[in-house]
Design a protein around this ligand. Structure first.
Ligand SMILES: Nc1ncnc2c1ncn2[C@@H]1O[C@H](COP(=O)(O)OP(=O)(O)OP(=O)(O)O)[C@@H](O)[C@H]1O
Length: 253
């Protein structure tokens, strides 16, 4: 059991943004959330993280309604890196990452070895150890993104939710991040635009269009030339990669 959305509907004013969405994140696996701009990915992730409440249906965490779980308890379990995550104070990288330990500590507890190890391991895994003493404001866009991912990892979550985590990263760090997340023994839900990266690393895919889920399952079962045409409005040919056997999409000019 992990995060589950059960027939959720969510509106802004009179506009329906999510319409009857149901999904269950496979425990310990990486779920890729795909769809064109405006299809509802960010909205869905915010509901799954408990930041917004659905107008109907419900989101559950291990069968409990997430709306009834305290913010602190949620933060001990779920780490969420939003698309335009920012940090206001001009902290050092290591201090931003230390914020990830906040949900696990009380005001009376001192900094422990477990906290220290979680921060050091997160800095190393996100490739930010060498920049640990740099000021947040002086980082490049990709380094800021990797710092937020390190902060999320330092949170030692059981569920990791990432909204387009690779969008500022160079190709080495895009692949590195996808490899890192797919190798973690935790449940991850990741909104992505790169369909080839999603096919290569995700265990399951969910495809959204206009606030609805239109396909879900293993990459090789979900990605088809018809789906790319109907949902993403692109012409493409798909074959099994000879290198990793996952679907490989060749876009046509
Ligand atoms: N505050 C808002 N007011 C009105 N409409 C909104 C608001 N926030 C989001 N929407 C609408 O909700 C829809 C879904 O947006 P959302 O950001 O969830 O899509 P997305 O799939 O994450 O898009 P992208 O790939 O561009 O990041 C869009 O049509 C968007 O215009």
């Amino acid at each position: 059991m992990s995060i589950k959305a059960d027939n959720i509907t969510w509106k802004i004013g009179r506009k329906t943004i999510l319409d009857g969405v149901s999904l269950e994140a496979p425990p310990g696996r990486m779920l890729g959330l795909l769809g064109p701009n405006g299809s509802g990915k960010t909205s869905l992730l915010r509901l799954l993280a408990g930041l917004k409440r659905p107008h109907s249906g419900r989101v559950t965490l291990d069968r409990s309604d997430i709306g009834k779980i305290s913010r602190r308890s949620i933060a001990r379990r779920i780490a969420f890196v939003e698309q335009h995550a920012t940090t206001n104070a001009n902290l050092k990288v290591v201090d931003v990452v230390k914020l990830g330990r906040f949900p696990h500590r009380s005001i009376f507890s001192s900094w422990t070895k477990v906290d220290e190890e979680a921060v050091e391991s997160a800095l190393a895994r996100a490739g930010m150890a060498e920049k640990r003493d740099d000021r947040w404001q002086n980082l490049s866009g990709g380094e800021k993104q990797r710092t937020h991912i390190a902060r999320a990892l330092a949170q030692s979550p059981q569920e990791l939710i990432l909204d387009e985590p690779t969008n500022h990263l160079d190709i080495q760090h895009q692949i590195g991040l996808m490899r890192l997340v797919s190798g973690l023994p935790i449940t991850s839900i990741v909104a992505l635009h790169d369909l080839n990266h999603a096919a290569m690393f995700c265990d399951e895919l969910v495809i959204m269009q206009q606030g609805r889920i239109v396909a879900s399952g293993a990459p090789q079962d979900v990605l088809s030339e018809d789906l790319l045409r109907d949902v993403f409005s692109v012409e493409a040919r798909i074959e099994a990669s000879p290198y990793h056997s996952r679907p490989q999409i060749h876009y046509l000019k």
